[in-house]
Design a protein around this ligand. Sequence first.
Ligand SMILES: C[S@@+](CC[C@H](N)C(=O)[O-])C[C@H]1O[C@@H](n2cnc3c(N)ncnc32)[C@H](O)[C@@H]1O
Length: 221
Amino acid sequence: MEPAFWHERWRDGRIGFHQPVVTPQLERHWDTLALPAGSTVFVPLCGKSLDMPWLATRGHRVLGVELSETAVRGFFEEQGLVPAQRETGYGVHHAAGPFEIIVGDAFALDHAVLAGCAGVFDRAALIALPPNLRRRYVETTWASLPDDCRGLLVTLEYPQAEMAGPPFSVEAAEVQALFAAAWSPTLVERSDILAQEPRFAAAGVGSLATAAWRLQRQASV
Ligand SMILES: C[S@@+](CC[C@H](N)C(=O)[O-])C[C@H]1O[C@@H](n2cnc3c(N)ncnc32)[C@H](O)[C@@H]1O
Protein backbone atom coordinates (compact mmCIF):
# COMPACT_ATOMS: atom_id res chain seq x y z
CA MET A 1 0.00 0.00 0.00
CA GLU A 2 1.18 3.53 -0.65
CA PRO A 3 1.86 5.74 2.39
CA ALA A 4 -1.09 7.94 1.34
CA PHE A 5 -3.44 4.99 1.95
CA TRP A 6 -2.38 4.79 5.61
CA HIS A 7 -2.25 8.55 6.15
CA GLU A 8 -5.87 8.77 4.93
CA ARG A 9 -6.94 5.94 7.23
CA TRP A 10 -5.48 7.72 10.24
CA ARG A 11 -6.77 11.15 9.14
CA ASP A 12 -10.31 9.81 8.71
CA GLY A 13 -10.24 7.62 11.83
CA ARG A 14 -10.77 4.45 9.75
CA ILE A 15 -8.57 2.39 12.02
CA GLY A 16 -10.56 -0.81 12.50
CA PHE A 17 -7.20 -2.61 12.83
CA HIS A 18 -6.56 -0.86 16.17
CA GLN A 19 -7.52 -3.14 19.06
CA PRO A 20 -8.82 -1.84 22.37
CA VAL A 21 -7.10 -4.80 24.04
CA VAL A 22 -3.66 -6.43 24.08
CA THR A 23 -3.13 -9.08 21.39
CA PRO A 24 -4.06 -12.38 23.11
CA GLN A 25 -1.27 -14.35 21.39
CA LEU A 26 1.24 -11.85 22.75
CA GLU A 27 0.00 -12.47 26.28
CA ARG A 28 -0.03 -16.25 25.75
CA HIS A 29 3.34 -16.76 24.06
CA TRP A 30 5.67 -13.83 24.74
CA ASP A 31 7.25 -15.26 27.86
CA THR A 32 8.32 -18.40 25.98
CA LEU A 33 10.87 -16.23 24.14
CA ALA A 34 12.64 -15.74 27.49
CA LEU A 35 14.10 -12.38 26.58
CA PRO A 36 16.23 -10.70 29.23
CA ALA A 37 14.52 -8.10 31.41
CA GLY A 38 15.29 -4.60 30.20
CA SER A 39 15.86 -5.70 26.61
CA THR A 40 14.44 -3.68 23.74
CA VAL A 41 11.62 -4.99 21.56
CA PHE A 42 11.11 -3.68 18.04
CA VAL A 43 7.46 -3.15 17.03
CA PRO A 44 7.30 -2.49 13.27
CA LEU A 45 4.29 -0.63 11.82
CA CYS A 46 3.25 -0.04 15.40
CA GLY A 47 0.25 2.28 15.05
CA LYS A 48 -0.81 3.20 18.58
CA SER A 49 -1.01 -0.41 19.65
CA LEU A 50 -1.68 -1.32 23.28
CA ASP A 51 0.78 -4.15 22.79
CA MET A 52 3.54 -1.60 23.38
CA PRO A 53 2.49 -0.68 26.94
CA TRP A 54 1.98 -4.39 27.64
CA LEU A 55 5.57 -5.10 26.56
CA ALA A 56 6.70 -2.27 28.84
CA THR A 57 4.88 -3.90 31.77
CA ARG A 58 7.00 -7.02 31.07
CA GLY A 59 10.10 -4.90 31.69
CA HIS A 60 11.01 -4.15 28.08
CA ARG A 61 11.97 -0.99 26.32
CA VAL A 62 10.03 -0.59 23.07
CA LEU A 63 11.20 0.78 19.73
CA GLY A 64 8.37 1.36 17.27
CA VAL A 65 8.26 2.67 13.73
CA GLU A 66 5.12 4.13 12.24
CA LEU A 67 4.39 6.24 9.14
CA SER A 68 1.60 8.24 10.71
CA GLU A 69 2.38 11.12 13.01
CA THR A 70 -1.32 11.12 14.00
CA ALA A 71 -0.94 7.57 15.31
CA VAL A 72 2.21 8.36 17.25
CA ARG A 73 0.78 11.53 18.75
CA GLY A 74 -2.31 9.54 19.75
CA PHE A 75 -0.19 6.84 21.35
CA PHE A 76 1.72 9.20 23.63
CA GLU A 77 -1.42 11.19 24.51
CA GLU A 78 -3.29 8.03 25.46
CA GLN A 79 -0.34 6.90 27.60
CA GLY A 80 -0.28 10.30 29.34
CA LEU A 81 3.27 10.97 28.14
CA VAL A 82 4.86 13.98 26.45
CA PRO A 83 7.64 12.71 24.18
CA ALA A 84 10.94 14.47 23.54
CA GLN A 85 11.35 14.84 19.78
CA ARG A 86 14.39 15.04 17.57
CA GLU A 87 15.06 14.84 13.86
CA THR A 88 17.04 11.80 12.72
CA GLY A 89 17.95 10.33 9.35
CA TYR A 90 15.09 7.83 9.83
CA GLY A 91 12.39 10.35 10.71
CA VAL A 92 11.30 12.23 13.83
CA HIS A 93 12.28 10.21 16.89
CA HIS A 94 9.83 10.43 19.82
CA ALA A 95 10.89 9.24 23.26
CA ALA A 96 9.16 9.11 26.65
CA GLY A 97 9.46 6.56 29.44
CA PRO A 98 10.20 3.10 28.01
CA PHE A 99 8.92 4.07 24.54
CA GLU A 100 10.77 5.29 21.47
CA ILE A 101 8.82 5.65 18.25
CA ILE A 102 10.20 6.83 14.94
CA VAL A 103 7.70 8.53 12.66
CA GLY A 104 9.11 7.16 9.44
CA ASP A 105 9.28 4.33 6.95
CA ALA A 106 10.05 0.85 8.28
CA PHE A 107 11.78 0.05 4.98
CA ALA A 108 14.35 2.78 5.63
CA LEU A 109 15.58 1.34 8.94
CA ASP A 110 19.02 -0.28 9.04
CA HIS A 111 21.31 -2.30 11.32
CA ALA A 112 22.51 0.81 13.10
CA VAL A 113 19.10 1.78 14.44
CA LEU A 114 17.91 -1.79 15.18
CA ALA A 115 21.18 -3.14 16.63
CA GLY A 116 19.92 -2.89 20.22
CA CYS A 117 16.71 -4.90 19.65
CA ALA A 118 16.71 -8.34 21.29
CA GLY A 119 13.10 -8.98 20.33
CA VAL A 120 10.51 -8.18 17.68
CA PHE A 121 6.73 -8.30 17.78
CA ASP A 122 4.72 -8.16 14.55
CA ARG A 123 0.94 -7.97 14.72
CA ALA A 124 -0.86 -6.56 11.67
CA ALA A 125 2.42 -5.45 10.08
CA LEU A 126 3.40 -8.28 7.69
CA ILE A 127 -0.28 -8.91 6.92
CA ALA A 128 -0.86 -5.20 6.25
CA LEU A 129 1.45 -5.43 3.22
CA PRO A 130 0.72 -6.79 -0.28
CA PRO A 131 2.85 -9.74 -1.50
CA ASN A 132 5.66 -7.77 -3.17
CA LEU A 133 6.12 -5.55 -0.12
CA ARG A 134 6.00 -8.53 2.26
CA ARG A 135 9.17 -9.94 0.74
CA ARG A 136 10.84 -6.53 0.76
CA TYR A 137 9.80 -6.01 4.39
CA VAL A 138 11.39 -9.30 5.49
CA GLU A 139 14.51 -8.76 3.38
CA THR A 140 15.10 -5.19 4.59
CA THR A 141 13.40 -4.45 7.91
CA TRP A 142 13.64 -7.89 9.54
CA ALA A 143 17.05 -8.45 7.96
CA SER A 144 18.34 -5.42 9.85
CA LEU A 145 17.70 -7.02 13.24
CA PRO A 146 20.68 -8.46 15.11
CA ASP A 147 21.79 -12.11 14.99
CA ASP A 148 20.40 -13.31 18.32
CA CYS A 149 17.00 -11.63 17.91
CA ARG A 150 13.80 -13.56 18.77
CA GLY A 151 10.25 -12.63 18.01
CA LEU A 152 6.59 -13.37 17.68
CA LEU A 153 4.60 -12.93 14.47
CA VAL A 154 0.79 -13.01 14.29
CA THR A 155 -0.82 -13.72 10.92
CA LEU A 156 -4.27 -14.26 9.41
CA GLU A 157 -5.18 -17.08 7.04
CA TYR A 158 -8.29 -16.99 4.84
CA PRO A 159 -9.06 -17.67 1.16
CA GLN A 160 -7.58 -14.53 -0.40
CA ALA A 161 -9.90 -14.77 -3.41
CA GLU A 162 -12.87 -14.20 -1.09
CA MET A 163 -11.76 -10.77 0.15
CA ALA A 164 -9.26 -8.12 -0.85
CA GLY A 165 -6.69 -7.07 1.75
CA PRO A 166 -5.47 -5.46 3.83
CA PRO A 167 -5.35 -7.36 6.06
CA PHE A 168 -3.91 -9.97 3.71
CA SER A 169 -3.88 -13.70 4.19
CA VAL A 170 -0.37 -15.03 4.82
CA GLU A 171 -0.41 -18.82 4.91
CA ALA A 172 2.11 -21.08 6.62
CA ALA A 173 3.94 -21.89 3.39
CA GLU A 174 4.55 -18.20 2.76
CA VAL A 175 5.81 -17.60 6.30
CA GLN A 176 8.26 -20.46 5.82
CA ALA A 177 9.33 -19.18 2.41
CA LEU A 178 9.79 -15.59 3.59
CA PHE A 179 11.68 -16.34 6.79
CA ALA A 180 13.44 -19.67 6.33
CA ALA A 181 16.67 -18.17 4.93
CA ALA A 182 17.49 -16.13 8.03
CA TRP A 183 15.03 -17.14 10.75
CA SER A 184 13.69 -20.38 12.21
CA PRO A 185 9.89 -20.05 12.27
CA THR A 186 7.90 -22.31 14.62
CA LEU A 187 4.12 -22.36 14.61
CA VAL A 188 2.95 -22.01 18.21
CA GLU A 189 -0.79 -21.55 17.74
CA ARG A 190 -3.48 -21.61 15.09
CA SER A 191 -7.10 -20.79 16.00
CA ASP A 192 -10.29 -20.55 14.00
CA ILE A 193 -11.66 -17.02 14.60
CA LEU A 194 -14.38 -16.58 11.97
CA ALA A 195 -17.11 -16.49 14.62
CA GLN A 196 -15.33 -13.59 16.40
CA GLU A 197 -14.81 -11.55 13.20
CA PRO A 198 -18.24 -10.80 11.73
CA ARG A 199 -16.87 -8.32 9.18
CA PHE A 200 -14.99 -11.14 7.43
CA ALA A 201 -18.09 -13.34 7.37
CA ALA A 202 -20.11 -10.35 6.09
CA ALA A 203 -17.56 -9.92 3.27
CA GLY A 204 -18.16 -13.54 2.23
CA VAL A 205 -15.09 -15.12 3.80
CA GLY A 206 -15.79 -18.78 4.55
CA SER A 207 -12.89 -19.58 6.87
CA LEU A 208 -10.57 -17.46 8.97
CA ALA A 209 -7.73 -18.48 11.25
CA THR A 210 -5.06 -16.61 13.13
CA ALA A 211 -1.62 -18.11 13.57
CA ALA A 212 1.21 -17.20 15.91
CA TRP A 213 4.81 -17.93 14.95
CA ARG A 214 7.88 -17.86 17.14
CA LEU A 215 10.93 -16.74 15.18
CA GLN A 216 14.58 -17.14 16.09
CA ARG A 217 17.19 -15.35 14.03
CA GLN A 218 19.88 -17.68 12.73
CA ALA A 219 23.40 -16.46 13.28
CA SER A 220 24.86 -15.14 10.04
CA VAL A 221 28.03 -16.84 8.83
C1 LIG B 1 -2.79 -2.55 10.06
S1 LIG B 1 -2.02 -1.27 10.94
C2 LIG B 1 -1.42 -2.14 12.38
C3 LIG B 1 -0.91 -1.24 13.46
C4 LIG B 1 -0.44 -1.99 14.72
N1 LIG B 1 0.58 -2.98 14.42
C5 LIG B 1 -1.60 -2.61 15.45
O1 LIG B 1 -1.56 -3.82 15.71
O2 LIG B 1 -2.55 -1.88 15.78
C6 LIG B 1 -0.56 -1.00 9.95
C7 LIG B 1 0.18 0.26 10.37
O3 LIG B 1 1.39 0.35 9.65
C8 LIG B 1 1.63 1.68 9.29
N2 LIG B 1 2.54 1.59 8.12
C9 LIG B 1 2.22 1.16 6.88
N3 LIG B 1 3.31 1.14 6.09
C10 LIG B 1 4.36 1.54 6.88
C11 LIG B 1 5.76 1.73 6.64
N4 LIG B 1 6.30 1.48 5.43
N5 LIG B 1 6.53 2.14 7.66
C12 LIG B 1 5.99 2.40 8.89
N6 LIG B 1 4.67 2.26 9.16
C13 LIG B 1 3.86 1.83 8.18
C14 LIG B 1 0.25 2.26 9.03
O4 LIG B 1 0.22 3.66 9.15
C15 LIG B 1 -0.57 1.56 10.10
O5 LIG B 1 -0.63 2.30 11.28
